[in-house]
Each structure stands twice: as C-alpha cells, then as structure tokens.
Design a protein around this ligand. Structure first.
Ligand code: SF4
Ligand code: SF4
Length: 320
C-alpha cells in the first residue's frame, strides 16, 4: 500500500492565548483506508500533543467525533481521508453553530439544551399500564425506526442554515427526536407534542435546504422526519400557524389555478385579518416594487395550467 503525503490544515484556538482562531499545518503520510479520525489521532500522538479533539468509539456509534472537513460537518471516524484530499490538502474545523472551546472541541450546551424543548422521553398512558412491557408490532416500530438511529453527533446542527440566523430554531436533531416520540405507538402525548413543534421556531421554520440529511451519518435523515411531522400536523387539522397557512395557500393557488400566485400566498400565510402581520410584509413589498421585482397583480396565464390542476386533483384523491 502506497502512502500519500497530505497537508492537514487544522483549526487551532487556545482561549488563554488567542483572541481568534488560526490554522496550523501538519503533514502526514496517509495510507489508503485510513480514516480522518486516525489521521487526527496520529497528528496528536506523533506530532503535537497540544491539539484538542473529541472521539471515543471510532465506530460511528458514540457520535463524539463530528468535525468540519473542507467546510462541511462529518463524522470523521466514518470518513476516508483520501476521499477528502483537495490539491494535497484537507482542512479541518470544529463543527459550526457552536462556540469553539479549544481547537476542535466545541461547547455543545446549546445542542443539548435544544432537546429539552421536546421532552425526549416516552409518556405512555399511565391508566393503561400492561402487566409486562409495552409491546410494538414491527409495523409500529417501522414508523420510528429511522428517527431512533440518531447518535447525537450534532453534524446536522452544525450545518443547518436556519440555526445560523436564528438560534431559537429547534434544529434538525431535536425535531428528529420529537418525531421519534410523536410517531411512537406507545406514547400518549402525540397531539401536545405535535402542537409544540409546529409553533414558531419549529418545523415550519425549516427551509428545506437538505443540508442536515446530507451531513447525517445515520438513517435519521432529519429533513424527511421534519416533513413527516408537517404532514401529521396538517392531517390533524393544525392549520393555525403561518407555515400551515402557507401550505394551504400554495394548495389553493396551484391546485385551483394551476400556478403559484405569489401575491396571494404571503398574505394567506400571515392571515387575512392579521393587521400587524400584513403590515410587516409592506417593507419587502415596497422594496420589490421599487426594484421591479414584484410579481404581476394578475398572474400570467400559463399553457397547460389544466394539466397541473389535474395532477393536483389526482394527488388529493390519492391522499384521501
Ligand atoms: S433542511 Fe431544514 S433543518 Fe435541515 S439543515 Fe436545512 S433548514 Fe436546517
Ligand atoms: S440527526 Fe443525524 S446528524 Fe443529526 S445528531 Fe442525529 S445522527 Fe447526527
């Protein structure tokens, strides 16, 4: 096996000496099949014992070793080093949306705190306690199979772009954890849980960018779980949020007219009688008008709108 020389550009930060982070280069001969965790361990053990990083099992189970590799979060024990070399270099940073404490170690407090919002424990009906354990059928378990695989590595939290701008957002891992209990056949608090995660800063604030699912090293795939929660909330008639009204507005315009009416949907989303909400749209509307970006007041007619309506109608029929 031929080893290749690779430069590791590693983020360093010592709170006792540095006011901001810097990069330090280390060169290693990397053998085919070596993981990035192995390389970081070798840097520490063979070249620089001051480097701080977290790891434990080395088997993609404990979730301790998430780091940013070339700008994206990944579990480094599961990542082949040679797959990430770009022009002879691999850049390593601490995971994002969390404060670096030292080098590659971050303060995970906001990540752990976010789980408190969804009471991540089973709440079965106390009045119907069975004599032995509460059983599930394979079909019932299948509904939570994916969300139970989360290893709490925070890779999704790191790369979520909503968390970058709004620290109040529940975050993908927390919403996946909520899913795990909302869809658990043994839990008795389904409706209250659904209400909680559909409130402001919950599932409707996700922008569908998909980063969380791309970065997730397990089958949790948070975006898919978020979508399942949204569907469950809509089915349960929880339509009194701007996110739900946005979906309804979308359905009404695309379903009935075969096109998206961009003037109608924002107004439908904030609510027709919500004066403060309607006024909050005014600055954006005026800016769009000033720059000629406003959608036409009477939507363009489009060819084959009837086909779009027919697809929508078929979908609605299947949903029923
Ligand atoms: S899909 Fe939603 S939760 Fe996932 S990273 Fe994007 S905004 Fe965050
Ligand atoms: S959802 Fe995936 S990426 Fe997020 S903490 Fe769980 S395992 Fe990690």
């Amino acid at each position: 096996m031929t080893a290749t020389n690779v430069t590791f550009k590693v983020f360093r930060f010592d709170p006792e000496k540095d006011t901001e982070g810097r990069y330090q280069d280390y060169t290693l001969a990397v053998a085919p099949g070596e993981t990035i965790l192995n390389c970081v361990n070798r840097i520490k053990w063979e070249q620089d014992q001051t480097l701080a990083h977290r790891f434990s099992c080395g088997s993609a189970i404990c979730g301790s070793c998430a780091m940013k590799i070339n700008g994206h979060a990944t579990l480094v024990c599961k990542t082949q080093a040679m797959d990430k070399v770009k022009d002879g270099v691999i850049r390593i940073d601490p995971i994002g949306n969390l404060k670096p404490l030292r080098d590659l170690v971050v303060d995970l407090t906001p990540f752990w705190k976010s789980f408190e919002k969804v009471e991540p424990w089973l709440a079965p009906d106390a009045h119907s306690a069975p004599e032995k354990e509460r059983l599930q059928t394979p079909e019932q378990f299948a509904k939570i199979d994916n969300s139970t695989t989360c290893i709490m590595c925070a890779a999704c939290f790191s790369d979520c772009n909503v968390l970058e701008v709004d620290k109040r957002y529940y975050g993908p891992a927390t919403l996946a954890k909520a899913h795990r209990f909302i869809f658990d056949s043994r839990d008795a608090r389904t409706e209250a849980r659904l209400r909680k995660v559909t409130e402001e800063t919950g599932v409707w604030d996700c922008t569908h960018c998909g980063e969380c699912s791309t970065r997730c090293p397990t089958e949790t795939k948070p975006l898919a779980r978020i979508n399942e929660i949204r569907q469950a909330a809509m089915k349960a008639g929880m339509h009194d949020t701007s996110g739900a009204r946005h979906v309804l507005g979308f359905r009404e315009t695309v379903g009935k007219r075969g096109l998206l009416d961009e003037n109608y949907v924002p107004i439908r989303s904030v609510g027709f009688f919500n004066l403060a909400g309607l006024l909050s749209l005014a600055p954006v509307g005026l800016r769009m008008l000033a720059r000629g970006k406003n959608p036409p007041f009477i939507p363009h007619s489009i060819e084959k709108a009837g086909e779009v309506r027919a697809i929508f109608a078929k979908r609605e029929e299947l949903n029923k």
